[in-house]
Design a protein. Structure first.
Length: 198
């Protein structure tokens, strides 16, 4: 019986050594893999970029441009022109681009939302201002090649991300209109485009 107990002790010791070596082998073959991540959900404003990207103007008839537009992403300003004869006009090609990744649409559009002022000069100042008052014509339509070519911009007109719309702004002193004796300065043309998320 003692021999049997001794054999059991030896077997138990061998089994214990086997388990210890198996644990060490398992530990050396174990590899932990971790995935750590973080995310930022970008707000719509970060992907919003609707802006003027180009403007070129030309005169027709005997009209002339004395100062061209100054362009910022959201404003065209400073155009100064001279009309010498009835039928003269200034034609400006304007590009509006959605360079963001949020689709846009035209929310509101106004051709002329400023109050025009008329400033005459010389002895005929008042009469000249009355002659010119309300005669200048302003129009904006989509340019040749645009999908809405020739149409006036309207609410809901789409401007998908990564696309541009080309427009033509025309300022005209119409045919058959009388001319003032002296120069009359006309100021205050303000056209507004308000784009919103589509």
């Amino acid at each position: 019986m003692r021999k049997n107990e001794k054999t059991k002790d030896v077997l138990l010791l061998i089994l214990l050594l086997f388990l210890i070596s198996l644990s060490i082998a398992y530990a050396t073959l174990t590899q932990y893999l971790y995935i750590n991540s973080g995310s930022t959900i970008t707000g719509l404003s970060a992907g919003w970029s609707v802006e003027f990207t180009a403007v070129t103007c030309r005169a027709t008839g005997r009209a002339s441009i004395t100062q061209d537009f100054t362009m910022t992403p959201t404003r065209l300003s400073g155009l100064k022109s001279k009309f010498i004869a009835a039928g003269d006009s200034i034609i400006c090609d304007v590009r509006i681009t959605n360079s963001g990744y949020v689709d846009a649409k035209l929310g509101t559009f106004t051709v002329q939302d400023g109050n025009l002022t008329y400033t005459g000069s010389g002895d005929t100042k008042t009469a000249d201002e009355a002659i010119v008052n309300g005669r200048l014509q302003h129009s904006i339509v989509y340019a040749t090649g645009d999908v809405r070519e020739g149409l006036v911009p309207a609410m809901e007109d789409p401007l998908p991300a990564g696309t541009s719309r080309n427009l033509v702004l025309t300022i005209k002193y119409p045919e058959g209109s009388p001319l003032p004796e002296n120069d009359v300065l006309v100021e205050g043309l303000t056209s507004t485009f308000i784009y919103v998320q589509s």
